[in-house]
Each structure stands twice: as structure tokens, then as C-alpha cells.
Design a protein around this ligand. Structure first.
Ligand code: NAD
Length: 277
């Protein structure tokens, strides 16, 4: 089978570098780096993407216009930012190029732009590309289904590095959605983001608390806490390397090429939806 040609958007960023390095190391076989894109004003523009990633020269320079490098690509992997991803999804749809994106912090309008593009191309969109978090989402839904009605309080605590832009993390929100599905709640109605000041009432029983820590170089820690009088249960995931997300995104890229148009998740990529339809 021929190699799939991959374009990485956000190539000078933390995830972009991890993606380029994992591609160069052939962490997932069958994929070749065909193009690399970042903003026009980053110092890495024009430099060899492999060298920027610390993986040795690969002959692919970081360009500033996706249109320049997307010709002939099979799949674009976009870990840029909400504005970049929302702008690139319709362009990929126009060109008929599959898309994998892990960008978080999209507004409802930006998410809608990605979803609309999925009418024309296959897109894998996931706030967390790791196997561990994909499984954790199921576990959290199961625990919430069993514990929320029995009076357990549910709180989500996440820790990320000091440069992370969005809070709470996309993964924390996905965990909150899993809680809401399991407990039969409307997340928007019950979410409480941080706490401050003095309240008169006790904590509402069906509240779902979110707490975002930003410090140092944490790659991504998430804990869902279920607590009642007499016991507590914590389900935690800790990412110690961005490679875990990069390899997940590369698996998604290998999987998504040639699929029918639609919006897919890591559950689809990892085969966890089989037998559920
Ligand atoms: P980063 O800031 O280190 O890198 C982003 C890169 O994208 C930068 O080099 C920036 O210049 C570039 N960029 C921004 N807008 C662009 C545009 N319009 N066109 C081209 N390039 C553009 O950030 P990061 O830590 O690599 O994270 C990137 C995104 O991925 C964030 O939304 C983050 O939350 C998300 N993320 C997702 C996962 C996952 O598993 N889904 C894992 C880690 C990070």
C-alpha cells in the first residue's frame, strides 16, 4: 500500500514538533511528512521541519500557507489554534483532503465550521488523542451513572503547563460531558467553574465542579473525583509525554484516509464503537 502523505499544521508548536518527530521516527507506519505549516511570523518559518522538531533534516520546510503544501496531501493534521483549525477545515473540505484535529478551545461557531466540513470530508476531532483518556471517558460515564443518583459529589481537576491558552481543558470538558451523559444531567446547567467567595447554601447535589491548574510544564493531568460521606473514588490520567497524543493523532491519520465523510472520534479510530451501533 502506498504511503499516506501528511501535512502538519502548527508545525513549530509543541504538538507540531512532536508530530513531526514521531512521523520521522515512523512511530505509526505508512505515513510520510509531505508538508508543514505555521504562522507567517514565527521564527521557524522557512526552516526544515525535521530540524525544528529535533529529528534531523527531512527536506520539508515550514511554510505559511496551507494551500501551498496541501496539493497531493492525503490528510492534514491540525494542532494550531481555534482560529486556524476553524479556517482550515472548510479549505480541506474544498480540496477533498481528510482532516485530523486535536485543537481545543473552539467557540461554538468555530466547532460548527469544523462540523460543516465533515459533510464533505472525513474528520477525526478529539480533545485528547490518547488511548488512556479515550478509555477514561467510558469509565467516568459508567461511574457517574452508578454514583450520581446515590449522592456522590463529582468534581474534575486538571493540571496543564503555564502556556496553555484555554481553560478548562478540552479534555476536562469532555470528561464533564461523560459525567453528564452517565448522570443524565445538562452539563451547561450544572457546571461550576472554580469557586470564590462565601455561599449561603451547601454545594448543590448535582453540581459538576471544574478546577484548572496552570503551572510549570505539566503535559496534562486529569482527575475525576466522586466523593460521598465515608469514601471517595478518584479516576486519574497523567500524560507524561506529548508523544502519546502525537501517536494517537498519527493513528487517526492512518485510519481516516479513504473513509466516508463524517465526524469521527478516537473511539472510532481505536475500534471502541464496534458493536455499539
Ligand atoms: P502551541 O502554541 O505550542 O502550538 C501551536 C502552533 O500553531 C504555534 O506554533 C502557532 O504559531 C501555530 N498556529 C497558530 N495559529 C495558526 C494558524 N492559523 N495557522 C498555522 N499555524 C498556526 O500549542 P500546543 O501545545 O502544540 O497545542 C496546540 C493545540 O492542540 C491546543 O489547542 C491544545 O489544547 C491542543 N492539544 C490537543 C491535544 C490532543 O490530544 N487533542 C494534546 C495537546 C494539545
Amino acid at each position: 500500500m502506498s504511503e499516506k502523505r501528511v501535512v502538519v499544521v502548527g508545525a513549530a508548536g509543541r504538538m507540531g514538533r512532536a508530530l513531526v518527530r514521531c512521523l520521522r521516527e515512523r512511530a505509526v507506519p505508512g505515513l510520510t511528512l509531505a508538508g508543514a505549516v505555521d504562522l507567517w511570523d514565527v521564527p521557524e518559518r522557512g526552516q526544515d521541519a525535521g530540524l525544528v522538531a529535533g529529528a534531523g533534516a527531512c527536506g520539508v520546510a515550514i511554510e505559511s500557507d496551507l494551500a501551498e503544501v496541501a496539493g497531493g496531501a492525503d490528510v492534514v493534521i491540525d494542532f494550531s489554534g481555534p482560529h486556524g483549525t476553524a479556517g482550515n477545515a472548510p479549505r480541506c473540505a474544498e480540496w477533498g483532503v481528510a482532516l485530523v484535529t486535536g485543537t481545543t478551545g473552539l467557540s461554538p461557531e468555530e466547532s460548527a465550521a469544523v462540523e460543516a466540513a465533515a459533510d464533505k470530508i472525513p474528520i477525526v476531532k478529539a480533545p485528547n488523542m490518547s488511548l488512556g483518556i479515550t478509555l477514561l471517558l467510558d469509565l467516568v460515564e459508567q461511574c457517574a451513572a452508578r454514583l450520581a443518583a446515590r449522592g456522590y459529589d463529582i468534581e474534575i481537576v486538571e493540571r496543564h503547563h503555564r502556556r496553555k491558552k484555554d481553560a478548562p481543558s478540552g479534555t476536562a470538558l469532555a470528561l464533564g460531558e461523560a459525567v453528564a451523559r452517565g448522570a443524565g444531567l445538562d452539563l451547561d446547567a450544572v457546571a461550576a467553574h472554580g469557586r470564590h467567595g462565601v455561599v449561603k447554601e451547601d454545594r448543590p447535589a448535582d453540581q459538576v465542579g471544574f478546577h484548572a491548574v496552570r503551572a510549570g510544564d505539566f503535559v496534562g493531568d486529569h482527575t475525576v473525583l466522586f466523593a460521598a460521606e465515608g469514601e471517595s473514588l478518584e479516576l486519574s490520567h497523567r500524560a507524561t509525554s506529548r508523544d502519546t497524543f502525537a501517536i494517537g493523532a498519527l493513528r487517526a491519520a492512518a485510519w481516516v484516509c479513504g473513509r466516508v465523510p463524517g465526524l469521527y472520534t478516537m473511539r472510532d479510530v481505536l475500534g471502541l464503537n464496534q458493536g455499539k451501533e
